[in-house]
Design a protein around this ligand. Structure first.
Ligand code: MV4
Length: 661
């Protein structure tokens, strides 16, 4: 029996483990870095111990600090989660030395799976199907080439200690072999300090299907069906599902039994995952075994009704598996989508910042959210930028997929860019709907998966954003007693009764200067957005009426943006502040019009010497005046406009040459 468990991890998985431990009456200890001082896992655990600096190497990877923390708090077990030290045999060994239970497999099992070639040798003996290939010790070029030619091209060269696609090369012909081998070896040497290679027949359009296995300390072992994780991008899983669509009961049984043999071959204990490649004819081949709880474990939980962390803690405490193979029942279908702070429109660059707004769909038997952050937390560069896992369940795949689409649309995040709309495009792709997936899915349909914006929808969202922005400013600037008595969003408007309001919003490169006129009919307020020819009213129930059509629209306003969430996705508009823009432009030394407007006054002429800060040109835009000043001491070279002329956003107004310092 475990009394107190230390969770050697952070984020959603630490919270996930704490949740189950609490349900089991097991006390919990969190560890944390500087950056995680106020993180959810720290707040949710019974106790927390600071273990070092923000960088993982200074905290979550410091085995000795973690062991110290366990000893200080009287924990009797350590759960490593995934990543960090979860598959580190030295850590598992050190825990054993310290008399602490490692919630994971025996050290020897981790070791056995550390090398792909050694693993293949073990699996071959255990009767687990392997991709035809060579995984021996003779690493001479001549032998690897001879083995390749025996099996025929194409082949895949793999680094024995590789991962994440590193040190892997497809070789299509004899002409490519030498160069591919040399370059795969170089990459493997640099990344894993070991250039041992194996050769495999290349499987062209495989699916990644993995079996969840569980073993206890008493010799019992079983499998908990499979997960299809074929949809990956650069070896990172994007959407996972269980069960694997279209897999026959016979294949499931054969794969499950193979996976159990694989686990038993290495005297496995605890939760493990055996990864297979599955070809179009339902042939399956062992790829590798992961000796940890996986990110995507919740889809297995939703179709089996089993809490895998509960089982892990029981098994680690010496209990027998709670169920036998014939008691495992599968029910329905589950998907998991990983919500990342990244920009799908900019090569999936990580996005950092404060989560100014964070809203997920309501949890229910159909929807589960695993997350380690709350609104106000910051996504930093220190750790993996995953914000949450959205997991859905329903009785069949089609229904579950609809749940996933809806749940993605109900995930509203402002402050960082996320992949939510990208995930929705995958979940809505006709081939994904048909379960026509392989590990090449994302590559194959890349162009379909790119952001596609429909002009009319962008303009609807823009009009909604403009109205939300004006209403927000009215509410903020005039907290008068009118607020309660007037139509929603109109407080302040009648007070000063200006006929029109102006708002500038930027959408990428496009600056929109919009004029809004209030219209009041029968007590409800709406606004005509003149330039867009759209009459808009916002309701309090996250809907809007645009030109008489009611649509779902939630708006979120921060000091810098207005974000509109509709059934079509997320539309973000920067709130444009001309004064801030001017200051910025001046710094850059370019005197351009910050927005469309009219020149009111030109104070200088070509040849004039000017001082830094001197007013050069005054322009009017959206009923306000803006003064363009000299950013440095200099001489006016040219003036491009006269008073009274119209200028467009970005037009050069004055050119200046700088005086020598
Ligand atoms: C393969 C393969 C095709 N044929 N092996 C990629 C990572 C490593 N764990 C094994 N991988 C693959 N091995 C043979 N013989 C295709 C892949 C592969 C892949 C596998 C699973 C999930 C995504 C993948 C993406 C590209 C390639």
């Amino acid at each position: 029996m475990i009394n107190k468990v230390l969770i050697a991890n952070r984020g959603e998985i630490a919270c996930r483990i704490i949740h189950t431990a609490k349900e089991m009456g097991i006390k919990t200890v969190a560890v944390y870095s500087d950056a995680d001082r106020n993180a959810q896992h720290v707040l949710q655990a019974d106790e927390a111990v600071h273990i070092g600096g923000s960088a993982s190497a200074d905290s979550y990877l410091r085995a000795e600090r973690i062991i110290e923390a366990a000893q200080r708090t009287g924990a009797d077990a350590v759960h490593p989660g995934y990543g960090f030290l979860s598959e580190n045999e030295t850590f598992a060994e050190a825990l054993a030395h310290a008399g602490l239970i490692f919630v994971g497999p025996p050290v020897a099992a981790i070791q056995a799976m550390g090398s792909k070639s050694a693993a293949k040798t073990i699996m071959e003996k255990a009767g687990v199907p392997l991709v035809p290939g060579y995984h021996g010790d003779d690493q001479s070029d001549a032998l690897l080439r001879a083995e390749t030619e025996k099996m025929g091209y194409p082949v895949l060269l793999k680094a024995a200690y590789g991962g994440g696609g590193k040190g892997m090369r497809i070789v299509n012909s004899a002409a490519e072999f030498d160069e591919a081998l040399a370059s795969a070896r170089r990459e493997a040497k640099a990344a894993f300090s070991n250039d041992k290679m194996l050769v495999e027949k290349y499987i062209r359009q495989p699916r990644h299907v993995e079996i969840q296995v569980f073993c206890d300390q008493h010799g019992n072992a079983l499998y908990l069906a499979e997960r299809d994780c074929s949809v990956q991008r650069r070896h990172q899983k994007v959407i996972e599902e269980a069960p694997a669509p279209g897999l026959s009961a016979e294949t499931r049984k054969a794969m499950g039994e193979s996976a159990v043999r694989a686990a038993q071959a290495i005297d496995y204990v605890g939760a493990g995952t055996v990864e297979f490649l599955l070809d179009a004819d339902e042939n399956f081949y062992f790829m590798e075994m992961n000796t940890r709880l996986q990110v995507e474990h919740p889809v297995t939980e939703l179709i089996t009704g089993i809490d895998l962390v509960d089982w892990q803690l029981r098994v680690a405490g010496g209990e027998a598996l709670p169920l036998q193979q014939d008691e495992i029942e599968l029910d329905g279908h589950a998907f998991e989508a990983r919500i990342y702070a990244e920009n799908a429109d900019d090569n999936f660059m990580p996005s950092t910042g404060v989560l100014k707004h964070l809203a997920f769909p309501a949890e229910s038997p159909y929807v589960r959210i695993d997350t380690g952050v709350v609104q106000g937390d910051e996504v930093t560069t220190y750790y993996d930028p995953m914000i949450a896992k959205l997991i859905v369940w329903d009785e069949d795949r089609d229904s579950a997929l609809r749940r996933l689409q809806l749940a993605l649309r109900d995930t509203h995040i402002v402050g960082v860019t996320t992949n939510t709309d990208y995930l929705h495009r995958i979940a809505s792709h006709p081939e994904f709907k048909k379960a026509n997936v392989s590990t090449h899915f994302i590559e194959e349909y890349q162009s379909d998966l790119a952001t596609q914006r429909h002009e009319a929808e962008v303009l609807d969202a823009l009009a909604i954003a403009a109205v939300a922005s004006v209403q927000h400013d009215l509410d903020v600037t005039d907290p008068s007693p009118w607020a309660a008595s007037t139509a929603p969003g109109l407080n302040g408007w009648q007070m000063n009764s200006p006929a029109q309001r102006f708002v500038a919003l930027r959408n990428g490169e496009d600056l929109h200067q919009l004029t809004l006129s209030a219209m009041v009919h029968s007590g409800s307020a709406s606004f005509m957005v003149e330039e867009l020819q759209r009459e808009v009213s916002l309701n309090t129930d996250q809907t809007a009426v645009v030109q008489g059509r009611r649509l779902g629209a939630q708006t979120v306003i921060t000091d810098t943006e207005v974000v509109v969430f509709t059934a079509e996705g997320r539309y973000a508009f920067e709130r444009f502040d001309p004064l801030a823009e001017l200051a910025h432009e001046e710094e850059a030394g370019t005197m351009t019009a910050p927005m469309n407007g009219t020149i009111v006054a030109v104070n200088v002429a070509a040849g004039d010497a000017v001082k830094e800060g001197q007013a050069l040109v005054v322009m009017e835009a959206m009923k306000m005046e803006y003064t363009i000043r000299a950013p440095f001491d200099g001489t006016v070279e040219q003036v491009f406009f006269q008073a009274g002329e119209l200028v467009s956003d970005g037009a050069e107004l004055v050119s200046l040459s700088e005086h020598d310092a």
